[in-house]
Design a protein around this ligand. Structure first.
Ligand code: AMP
Ligand code: ZN
Length: 279
């Protein structure tokens, strides 16, 4: 199926309402740029959100691309400067975490992912967004599912899907996340973004050196897009039944953000001692 009809079908599955405010998490890369471009093209109510990570050169090129896109689409852009808000670039924060005992062994992308998700949810709630849209694609999802299986933690895949929400979020603090490109292979997104001449930074993040994910990605490059689709669609079928047993969502006793345990992953990682130090 062509990219546009496939994304439309995915959005229909999510049952998105055109009045809802959708905050698109824009990295400057091809996936989130294409996500914003298509949501706007299909008439959804979107605004952009970019976390400036403070990595010299790379982050500046990402910021420029995001600004250009938002101007082109005529949408608002909300910026979060990690240096200003948290006192250091992502590299700085990550290295500090990795040198602490509890952060030892944590991979770059894992740390960055936890921090970005924490910021996105908090800011989306402050901006009164109904949904957060990310650029995750079919390849990302197949990778994540396989990594969770290989590492013996399939339950971690429970949070993925075209939409992640938590029905047991009594205080409505978790902003549902949607993935309009969930069924679209990465190659097709690259081609599409080039065809449409979208402002995209095609280089990879210089810190993305998570060897295990690269290994799984290399393996997935040896199979067809149809086979990747089978991995993702069958994982959805398997997880559907388990999803019904969702446990109540907790709220972090340090920062108040949604958490699976008493303390959220972000606070567990940065070892905050009180409410103010991570808000
Ligand atoms: P990644 O974890 O880098 O593969 O990114 C997954 C998704 O998170 C992207 O498709 C974007 O939607 C979002 N994202 C990544 N980096 C940023 C950023 N710096 N600012 C805002 N959103 C981001
Ligand atoms: Zn917390």
């Amino acid at each position: 199926m062509n990219l546009e009809p496939l994304v439309k079908k995915t959005l229909a599955k999510i049952k998105l309402n055109k009045r809802e405010k959708i905050l698109v998490a824009l990295s400057g890369g091809k996936d989130s740029t294409t996500t914003a471009y298509l949501l706007k093209k299909f008439g959804y109510n979107i605004e952009g959100f970019h976390i400036y990570l403070g990595m010299k050169g790379y982050s500046d090129r990402c910021l420029e691309a995001v600004k250009k896109l938002c101007k082109q689409l005529n949408i608002r852009l909300h910026l979060y400067d990690i240096k200003k808000e948290m006192g250091g670039s992502m590299c700085y924060i990550r290295t500090a975490i990795q040198t602490e005992a509890k952060g030892k062994g944590l991979k770059n992308c894992a740390i960055c992912g936890v921090i970005k998700k924490w910021i996105m949810n908090k800011k989306a709630r402050e901006l009164k967004a109904d949904k957060i849209a990310t650029g995750h694609n079919l390849d990302d999802e197949a990778q994540t599912f396989l990594i969770n299986i290989f590492k013996g933690s399939p339950e971690l895949s429970l949070n993925t899907g075209v939409i992640s929400r938590n029905v047991k979020d009594k205080q409505n603090r978790f902003i549902p996340r949607i993935k309009p490109l969930f069924y679209v292979p990465e190659n097709e997104i690259r081609e599409y973004s080039k065809k449409m001449k979208l402002p995209v930074v095609y280089e990879k993040c210089p810190c993305a050196i998570d060897s295990y994910r690269i290994q799984v990605r290399q393996f997935l490059n040896t199979i067809t897009d149809k086979e990747k689709e089978n991995i993702v669609k069958n994982s959805e079928k398997i997880l559907k039944n388990i999803k019904r047993k969702q446990t109540p969502l907790n709220y972090c006793e340090l920062c108040g953000e949604p958490a699976r345990n008493k303390v959220c992953r972000m606070c567990g990682m940065i070892g905050v001692r009180n409410k103010n130090s991570c808000s």
